[in-house]
Design a protein around this ligand. Structure first.
Ligand SMILES: Nc1ncnc2c1ncn2[C@@H]1O[C@H](COP(=O)(O)OP(=O)(O)OP(=O)(O)O)[C@@H](O)[C@H]1O
Ligand SMILES: [Mg+2]
Length: 347
C-alpha cells in the first residue's frame, strides 16, 4: 500500500470510529466524503470500495449502530461513485474492443485476399518456369547437335558463338530449376516427421564430394542431430546451406565445414559453419532476398535463389533463419524449425 493509501485508510477509519462511538448520519457522510476525496486523488477505487465494505460490516455488526435506510442509500451511492470511473473505463474498453475486432476482421480479409493473389502469382510463375523448360531444352539440344555434327561448317567465331549460346541456355535451365524449387518450397502439405539431420547432412556432403572429388574439405558433422520437420523440405535447406559452405570455401586450401546443433533462446537450432569467403554483416538480411548476391558471378557462381528458398522453407515451419559472417573468415547460418521441436539443442 502506498503512503497516501495508508494515510487515507487512517483518516477513513478515524472518521468511522467516531461514527461508531456516536452513530450519526453526518459522521458517516464525513467518512464517505473522505473516500470521494481519496478517489479524486487517484487512489485505487477497488481499495476504497473494499475499505468501505469493511466499514459497512462494522456498522452492521456493531450493536446500536444499525444503519438507517438513508445511510444505506448513501452507502450505495458512495459505492456507485467509487465504481463510476471503472464503468467508464469498461465502456471505453468495450468500444475499443469492438473497433479492434472490426480491424482484425478487415486484416483477416486483406490477408485472405493477399494469400489468394499470392497463390495465383505463385501458380503463374510455376507454370511459366515449367513451360519454359521445353523450348529451352530444344535450344540446348539443337545447339549441342549443331556443335557436335556441323561444327566443320562453321568458322571459329561461329563455333565460339554457339558455345556461348549453349552455355547461356544451360545457365537459364539452372535458373529455371532453382525457381521451380523455390516455388515447390511453398507448395504441398508440410509433413512433419522425425528426421535424422546428421544422416541427411552426410548425404548432402557425399553428393558434393562425388561432384568435386578433387576438393579437400575438412567436414565435421555432429552425430545424433535430429528434428521434427518435413524431410523433403529440410533436404532443400541443407542442400543450399551446405552447398553454399562448399562453394564459398572453394578458394581455400584448408577449407572446413561444420554442421551442428545448439540452443537459441530455449529453442533447438541447427547451424552450418564454414571458413570461406564470409560476408559483410551489414547485408546479413539482404542475402535472403531473391536474386540477392554479395559475390560476383566470376568469383562464385550462382543465381541468388538458394537462401530465399531456405527462408521460405523455414518460414513454413514457423522457424527462423539467420546468418553471421566475417569477410574473408567465414560464415555461419543458423535455423530453427518451430515449436514442434523439443528443447534439446537439435539433438
Ligand atoms: N556460406 C556463405 N559464405 C559467404 N557468403 C555466403 C554464404 N552463403 C550465402 N552467401 C552470400 O549470400 C548470397 C546469396 O546466397 P544464395 O544461396 O541465395 O545464392 P547463391 O549461392 O549465390 O546462388 P544459388 O544458391 O541460387 O545458386 C551469396 O551470393 C553470397 O554472397
Ligand atoms: Mg546458394
Amino acid at each position: 500500500m502506498s503512503e497516501s493509501e495508508t494515510a487515507f485508510e487512517q483518516r477513513y477509519s478515524a472518521a468511522l470510529d467516531l461514527y461508531l462511538a456516536t452513530p450519526s448520519e453526518v459522521l458517516l457522510h464525513t467518512a464517505y466524503a473522505l473516500g470521494r476525496e481519496a478517489a479524486a486523488d487517484g487512489l485505487g477505487v477497488v481499495d476504497i470500495a473494499m475499505l468501505h465494505n469493511e466499514a459497512m460490516q462494522r456498522v452492521i455488526t456493531t450493536p446500536g449502530a444499525a444503519p438507517t435506510a438513508a445511510m444505506i442509500g448513501t452507502a450505495s451511492q458512495f459505492l456507485s461513485e467509487c465504481l463510476a470511473p471503472y464503468e467508464m473505463m469498461l465502456r471505453a474498453y468495450a468500444e475499443n474492443n469492438v473497433r479492434l475486432v472490426a480491424s482484425i476482421d478487415r486484416l483477416q480479409d486483406t490477408r485472405a485476399a493477399l494469400a489468394a493473389v499470392n497463390q495465383e502469382l505463385e501458380a503463374f510463375s510455376y507454370s511459366v518456369a515449367h513451360d519454359l523448360r521445353a523450348p529451352l531444352r530444344s535450344v540446348l539440344g539443337f545447339s549441342t547437335a549443331l556443335l557436335e555434327d556441323h561444327a566443320d561448317q562453321l568458322n571459329d567465331e561461329g563455333r565460339r558463338f554457339l558455345r556461348y549460346m549453349a552455355e547461356s541456355a544451360r545457365e537459364m535451365a539452372r535458373l529455371i530449376e532453382d525457381l521451380l524449387t523455390l516455388s515447390r518450397a511453398t507448395r504441398g502439405d508440410l509433413q512433419r516427421e522425425h528426421v535424422d539431420v546428421s544422416a541427411l547432412a552426410h548425404k548432402v556432403i557425399g553428393r558434393l564430394m562425388a561432384d568435386q572429388p578433387e576438393r579437400r574439405v575438412a567436414v565435421t558433422i555432429e552425430p545424433g542431430l535430429a528434428a521434427r520437420c518435413d524431410a523433403r523440405l529440410l533436404t532443400i535447406v541443407l542442400d543450399n546451406l551446405i552447398g553454399n559452405a562448399w562453394k564459398f570455401t572453394s578458394r581455400r586450401t584448408d577449407a572446413s565445414i561444420t554442421v551442428g546443433g545448439l540452443e537459441d533462446a530455449g529453442q533447438p537450432a541447427w547451424f552450418v559453419r564454414d571458413n570461406g569467403a564470409g560476408f559483410d554483416m551489414a547485408y546479413a538480411d539482404k542475402l535472403f532476398g531473391v536474386f540477392q548476391r554479395l559475390h560476383s558471378a566470376d568469383e562464385f557462381g550462382g543465381t541468388g535463389i538458394g537462401l530465399a528458398t531456405v527462408r521460405r522453407v523455414i518460414g513454413r515451419h514457423r522457424g527462423r533463419v539467420w546468418g553471421e559472417g566475417v569477410v574473408g573468415q567465414g560464415a555461419t547460418f543458423y535455423f530453427t524449425l518451430g515449436e514442434h521441436n523439443a528443447k534439446n539443442g537439435g539433438r
